[in-house]
Design a protein around this ligand. Structure first.
Ligand code: DCP
Ligand code: MG
Ligand code: MN
Length: 334
């Protein structure tokens, strides 16, 4: 019950900070966004409402400028900075531009400086291949994906993958697994019992993706990481008979890391941050590859050693090793 209460004690403040963080996400200002999200995660763990700047400053990890904002929200119910940002005409244009897949804040600022004000204006400027896809399918990618359609995309990938290897599996993760009625995109986790990433990668990148392209299901590849650890793919897919392109994210993971990958890719983003913070405070480290112990950190909080693996396969055991009660995916949308 304590955990439930802590979620509501600062719920309104967290919600406003979330809007600010989302704003900075869209502005591709990862540094500011991370600061606000860290503060949100800390607030989510408090059992009492934080109402003054002094109280907020007293929380380890909350800096002065964020503490002032926390107090302003708690005391007035609003944040003038956020309202100002929402109304600024330049920010509105930049906001619109960075909403295009593949467009960062710096690019949007350049286009604005060159006099461009609408997405139509961008049809006259040179675009990267990804930006061209993002612009052409702006409305598609902004639209929410209903649950049933998320399932249909998952089914298309599952059928194609199991034609190649019936022992492979596909799990729909992201906001869908948290029970959302509709999602911003489709997130899929692909694996096979007993398989290593090296064994899965060629199957995925050299066979599955080409098969799905040939079937006209995959319409575009936006990111395909072939790095040592990476099994990540981002692109667009479209159901047979539909004209709407959806953003599809796929992650191929070795069986040994399926629990950590499930935990990571189910989110929410804020829930992940809060779990990582908790791990850090126990000299552990949590990421999409596993939960690690005996982690030594430097002054800036950066880890000096990788630590020793505690658990990666079993999602439930990761909670247990962190000393947490299991949280169903539906209870992770904090
Ligand atoms: N994730 C994360 N940190 C990020 C991006 C993602 O921890 N910077 C994790 C948590 C997310 C999951 O990956 O829940 C999937 O990312 P999405 O961006 O697809 O987010 P959601 O699926 O949660 O929401 P949406 O419905 O908007 O897609
Ligand atoms: Mg998603
Ligand atoms: Mn996604």
């Amino acid at each position: 019950a304590g955990k439930r209460a802590s979620q509501t004690a600062n719920g309104r403040t967290i919600k406003v900070l979330q809007e600010l963080a989302t704003y900075y996400d869209r502005a591709k200002d990862a540094w500011r966004s991370a600061g606000y999200r860290k503060a949100m995660a800390i607030l989510a763990r408090q059992t009492t409402e934080i109402t003054t700047e002094e109280e907020a400053r007293g929380l380890r990890g909350v800096g002065g400028s964020i503490a002032a904002k926390i107090a302003e929200i708690a005391q007035t119910g609003r944040l003038r900075k956020l309202e100002h940002m929402r109304n600024d005409p330049r920010e509105r244009v930049l906001d619109d531009f960075v909403g295009i897949y593949g467009v960062g804040r710096a690019q949007a600022v350049k286009w604005y400086a060159a006099g461009h004000r609408t997405r139509d204006d961008l049809r006259r400027v040179p675009l990267t291949a990804n930006q061209a896809v993002g612009l052409d399918h702006y409305d598609d990618f902004q639209a929410r994906v209903p649950r049933r359609e998320v399932e249909a995309h998952g089914e298309m990938v599952r059928a194609a993958l199991q034609r190649l290897d019936p022992a492979c599996s596909v799990t729909i993760v992201g906001s869908y697994r948290r029970g959302a009625a509709d999602s911003g995109d489709i997130d899929l986790l692909l694996t096979k019992a007993g398989a290593s990433l090296d064994a899965l990668r060629p199957l995925f990148f050299d066979r599955l993706i080409p098969d799905l392209e040939a079937a006209s299901f995959i319409k575009a590849t936006l990111v395909a990481s072939g790095t040592r650890k990476g099994g990540k793919w981002q692109g667009a897919s479209c159901l047979p008979g539909s004209t709407v392109w959806r953003r599809l994210d796929m992650l191929v993971v070795p069986d040994a890391e399926i629990g950590a990958a499930l935990l990571y890719f189910t989110g929410s983003d804020l829930f992940n941050r809060s779990m990582r913070l908790l791990a850090r405070n126990k000299d552990m480290r949590l990421n999409e590859y596993g939960l690690f112990g005996n982690v030594i950190r430097g002054k800036g909080g950066e880890h000096i050693n990788d630590g020793t693996l505690i658990e990666a396969r079993d999602e439930r055991r990761i909670f247990a090793e962190l000393g947490l009660e299991w949280r169903e995916p539906e209870e992770r949308s904090c």
